[in-house]
Design a protein around this ligand. Structure first.
Ligand code: NAP
Length: 255
């Protein structure tokens, strides 16, 4: 098999959560360009319609599933809808996330609960709905989008860090339970990336400057740099990588 074939997603079906903006939007195009058909999931239907156009412009199919992953029933319902439409889903990227940066003394219980629901509970519920079909075909890829905050403390990120540390732990147990079925589960942990969330959290130059000063690469990540690592983890080229947290952080957590 050629290098091109080992990195290709031709014939694969990928479900991407948080597809309506930021990293998820770019990812749908990257995975489609690599050959995958896409199930695009988020709340914002206008954003999803744009993603559908971009995927179809690359010659791939795109199924749009609007869903609010903060609701307890929504993740499993959306995953079942994808299975009903397309049979098996070969690749799941749990990318949807929310962050309400506040000091821990100020964070509300409602914000805490929503962060855990979207960032941590939904990935578990979607994965466990999709995984029986992956087990049956003895192959699958699950990439959970975590954060550099899963390895280092950032002030105002208490609830968010708890969710992302939880996601890394969940990914390890996914690996223990599902790797024997040839399903690879890993996280990708980006540094600051200038998406709508990146703008919301780091848009103030007084916050961004000191953060960038701590990144050895001297800059934030581009969305495509995060997506290309996810693409690798979705391809056959990464079949022996299981339960790892891959940091796309310009060296931030290394020094
Ligand atoms: P973003 O620009 O804010 O996009 C977040 C996506 O999640 C949107 O498509 C949004 O769609 C979806 N989402 C949020 N709440 C949802 C809900 N209740 N139900 C369904 N979908 C929901 O964020 P991003 O920067 O691309 O972040 C993508 C992932 O990377 C997240 O997991 C984030 O934690 C992680 N990350 C980001 C950064 C960064 O600096 N940007 C750094 C490290 C890690 P709708 O609003 O349409 O529902």
């Amino acid at each position: 098999m050629s290098v091109t074939d080992r990195f290709s997603l031709s014939g694969k079906k990928a479900l991407v959560t948080g597809a309506s903006k930021g990293i998820g939007t770019e990812l749908c195009s990257v995975l489609a360009e690599a050959g995958a058909d896409i199930v695009a999931l988020a709340r914002d239907q206008a954003g999803l319609a744009e993603v559908q156009k971009a995927v179809e412009a690359r010659g791939r199919r795109c199924l749009v599933i609007p869903a609010d992953l903060g609701q307890p029933e929504a993740p499993e319902r959306a995953a079942r809808e994808a299975l009903a439409a397309w049979g098996t889903i070969d690749i799941l990227v749990n990318n949807a996330g929310v962050s309400f940066p506040k000091l821990m003394v100020d964070q509300t219980i409602a914000e805490w609960d929503l962060i855990q629901a979207v960032n941590l509970r939904a990935p578990w519920l979607i994965a466990r709905t999709l995984v029986p079909a992956m087990m049956a075909q003895k192959s699958g890829k699950i990439v959970n989008v975590s954060s550099q905050t899963s390895a280092v403390a950032l002030t105002e990120h208490g609830a968010y860090a708890a969710s992302k540390n939880g996601l890394n732990g969940l990914t390890k147990v996914m690996t223990a339970e599902w790797a024997p079925y040839n399903i690879q589960c890993n996280t990708v942990c980006p540094t600051v990336t200038m998406t709508p969330m990146g703008q919301q959290v780091w848009g103030d130059p007084a916050k961004l400057g000191p953060m960038v000063a701590k990144i050895p690469a001297g800059r934030v990540a581009q969305t495509v740099e995060v997506c290309d690592v996810i693409l690798f983890l979705c391809s056959q080229a990464s079949d022996m990588i299981n339960g790892q947290d891959i940091f796309v952080d310009g060296g931030y957590t290394a020094v």
